[in-house]
Each structure stands twice: as C-alpha cells, then as structure tokens.
Write a protein that binds this ligand. Sequence first.
Ligand code: PLP
Length: 328
Amino acid sequence: MEIYENILETLGNTPLVKLGRFFSGPATLAAKVESFNPGGSVKDRIGISLIEAGEANGQLKPGGTIVEPTSGNTGVGLAMAANLKGYKLICVAPDKIPKEKVALLEAMGATVVSCPTNVAAEDPRSYYKVSERIRDEQGAYLPYQYYNPANPEAHYRTTGPEIWRQTDGKVTHYVVGVGTGGTISGTAKYLKEQNPNVQVIGVDTVGSVYKYYFEHRELPPEDQIHQYLIDGIGEDFLPTCVWWDYIDGIVTIDDKTAYRATMELARRESIFTGSSGGAAAAGARQVAQGLGADGLVVTLLPDSGERYLSKLNKQWLTEKGLLDGDGV
Ligand SMILES: Cc1ncc(COP(=O)(O)O)c(C=O)c1O
C-alpha cells in the first residue's frame, strides 16, 4: 500500500522545471515550483521545523499556543503542523495581506489578528510587537521565523539537497527572493558546502534594505525605505536568518518588473506564481542573461498566484499602473 501517515509526509521534493520560454539563452534557467507543497507554499517546509524547535527547547508544551507574525504562508505551514500535533495558532498579519490569505488561515483553524502595515517594526502597533505582546500575555511560543535558525535549517535539510540532486550537482547559480532569509541562507549553505563555486544571489525589492546593506554593511537612509507592492520579500530591518556569508550578490527588482514577470510566467510557462515568484524569476533571468551554455541557474517560486487573485487580476494591475496595454 502507498498511504501517507499524514499530509505533511508529502512535504518537499517539489519539481524543478525549466523556464525555456521565459528565458532562452545559452544558459539554462529552472525553477523549484513550491506550490506543489501540501499547504501550497515554500513555508510548509519551515512550519513543522519551527514547531519541533519549540518542542525541543521546552517553549512549546503539549496543547500549547503558538503566535507568529506572518503574511500568510508561514501561518499555513504552522497551521498544518499545529493541527496535526494539537496546538492552537494565532497569526498576526499586516493589513495589506490579501483577504484570501486571511480566509485560508481561518479555514485552517488559526486565529488572525490584523495590524497596520504602515508603521515601523519598532512601533507597538507593528505586527512584530503585537506578536511579542501576545507571547508575553498568553505564555505562547513565538517561533519568530525572522530570528529562528530552525527556519534556514529546514532549507539546509530539504531545499538544498533537493536542488543538488535534481541538477546532478551541476547548479551554477541560485537566485532567490529574500524575505526572512530562511530560503536563501539554508539552501546556500548546503549548496556551497557541496561546491563553493555556486553563486548565490538574493532578489530584493525597491524600498527594502537588503541591497543597500549588502553594499554598505549598514542600513540605508530612512528616505530610501518605503512600501512596495510585491508580497513576501524585502524588509525594513535585518533578520538574523539572512546569513550574509553565503550571499554573493543582491539584485533589486521593482514592482512593475515583478508583476510583469509574474504574468509572463503564467502566459508563457503556464506557471501561475505569486509576485515574489515573479520577482525571483525576473532576477534569475537577469543573472542567466550574462552566462554561457554551462550556466545552470536555479530559482524558486514560493507559492501560487491563486493566493492573490484580488491583486493578480487585470483591474488591480491596471489601477496600479503595472500593465502596459498588452496585458502581460
Ligand atoms: C510569498 C513569499 N515569497 C517569498 C518569501 C521569502 O522567503 P524567506 O522568508 O525564506 O526569505 C516569503 C516569506 O515570507 C513569502 O511569504
């Protein structure tokens, strides 16, 4: 019989798919399609890992409560593991997240607390600070995906080995969006341990701090940090889950480039991913363009565009000036 013990056993081993229509050049560009995970995103990989870390260090007791600041995907990953293991989950989310994500979290049994997007991370109303308050008031376990090494370690154990195996060790470049940093850091550490020549490039948004920090080793001036429309990547602070020692470069992708790439992937590759996937693919294509036939660039598409249909539609894209008439 081939019966899984539970849905989480289907985690990982997502397909690596060539993007031969999105990019044609002497080099090869391929993407890990993370929507194949059981909860629909790359964050399923860290949900169980963060919960097991809390169990191991004693912060999470049987039947206990987990609270996490999350824009949705990590919440789903945590909810899956929490349900299977008998924990309660509170997700603290910025109010810019699409309503589909809130509905999804609630459907999975989580409680969603909404916070203003437009306040600094140190502001007591920010979703980070509200999470800390709930932790202190309710004695909840706060995994804090931005600072918890169990986040990058999940990728060291799963995403990295998968890419190495799926490319027969021929991967030359790994180009991926940076949010908490977990995906890039854990995967990069694994790949560089196999082959130190693998180049690791992070994809950042305009308005975020990573590119500036990479170049200057300090935060940018305040007026360079601002809101943007891409979901899930870029930050206005420095999480410890970004392991800078394994990162060789950062490329910046603006909103329009990311959303156009998102729609291009849907129309040309039949892969409908979220805007962070569009940004990652756009950044990876820029890197691939400079390479010869030996270049094998791997990127990662974190989730599905179906999670953002209130944004990824003609009306919203037109309102935001992200389309140029041709619809792509
Ligand atoms: C949609 C989406 N894409 C990309 C990322 C970035 O991944 P990481 O946090 O591992 O850097 C996230 C993380 O929050 C996300 O939700």
